[in-house]
Design a protein around this ligand. Structure first.
Ligand code: HEC
Length: 300
């Protein structure tokens, strides 16, 4: 600064200092401190929260897809050994240690009896019996055994007990109707044996269904009326057929134009041009006039 002033001393008074460097510096330091402080505080809060809450899941984990076909096919030693353990833990108390000695008369003798569940004793039918239980006495294992575990015990009982001691009632495969029920692998399927949820197959509530049926019936009557109108207008059979097959929205637009007679000609011709693309404008105008003059009137 001094150097600067000296340089200009001979040219007149030094230029007036319009800003104060100390104030600027202090201002800069204060804003930097505020920004740094804000982030430190912010991170501090975040850390404290994180410690209290533990990891926060971004979204619920989807259940892994269940591949029933693969589980039905896998009857290897590891699976059978696992099934044997589960059998000892969960089933032997009722069905007997080796399946031949049920502990009460109403319990199925796995080494002798037939399968009576509606889906039978094939691999998937057996799995469904375990999943949903049977009658009042055979428990459901949907909640207490995983899908894999239910298949493991299914395979153990079928391959090691039924097949060897009860061969008459051993089914290598499920009957076709049961097989058809085997769910395909789905992401997020529950694997509880129930069919996968297909949104467009979910039925709406009763009242809504009635309303929809009512609307659908009304819509069908309207389409029939429009098609009858086209047929009665005395157009050539080719044109009548093309118009009768047109989209309901197009037919409605045609009827709306026809109700206006000559005033609706432009609109009518525009719609007709989409349904009968090969006709000339004058032919379309003629068709519009015939539709407007239909003997039985234009549907409202
Ligand atoms: C609390 C006793 C009890 C336990 C535990 C039990 N069951 Fe049963 N189980 C029954 C009874 C009772 C029936 C007969 C049900 C009926 O016919 O109404 C039966 C029937 C069955 C059937 C015949 C199904 C059919 O189609 O006829 C199979 C297979 C079976 N159990 C397997 C198992 C397996 C595997 C386990 C272990 C995961 C198991 N059960 C655990 C009581 C039990």
């Amino acid at each position: 600064m001094d150097q600067h002033h000296d340089d200009h001393a001979h040219q007149g008074p030094p230029p007036k200092e319009v800003s104060h460097p100390v104030l600027w510096t202090v201002g800069l330091l204060v804003s930097a401190a505020v920004i740094v402080g804000f982030f430190v505080y912010w991170w501090g809060i975040g850390a404290v929260h994180g410690r209290d809450l533990g990891p926060i899941p971004l979204k619920p984990k989807a259940a892994p897809p269940v591949d029933h076909a693969a589980l039905i096919a896998d009857r290897g030693d590891a699976v059978l050994a696992k099934g044997e353990l589960i059998y000892a833990n969960k089933c032997a108390s009722c069905h007997g240690a080796d399946g031949t000695q049920p502990t009460a008369g109403h319990i199925r003798n796995l080494a002798k009896d037939a399968f009576k569940a509606p889906d039978g004793g094939g691999p998937y039918g057996f799995f469904l019996t375990l999943t949903n239980g049977l009658g009042a006495q055979m428990p459901a294992y949907k909640a207490s055994l995983s899908v894999e575990d239910r298949y493991a015990v299914t395979h153990f009982v079928r391959e090691k007990i039924v097949k060897t001691k009860n061969a008459d009632h051993y089914l290598a495969d499920d009957p076709a109707p049961v097989k058809a029920k085997i769910p395909r692998p789905t992401a997020g399927g529950t694997g509880a044996g129930e069919a996968e949820v297909v949104p467009w197959e979910v039925k709406p509530p009763k009242g809504i269904e009635a309303l929809m049926a009512h609307d659908a019936a009304a819509a069908e009557r309207r389409i029939a009326a429009l098609q009858g109108w086209v047929a009665a207008s005395g157009l050539g059979s080719v044109d009548s057929a093309a118009l009768a097959a047109a989209r309901p929205g197009h037919l409605d637009a045609l009827a709306a134009a026809a109700r206006q007679g000559a005033d609706g000609e432009v609109a009518g011709v525009a719609v007709l041009a989409r349904i009968l693309p090969l006709r000339s404008q004058s032919e379309l105008a003629d068709i519009h006039r015939r539709l407007a003059a239909a003997p039985a009137g234009v549907p409202q």
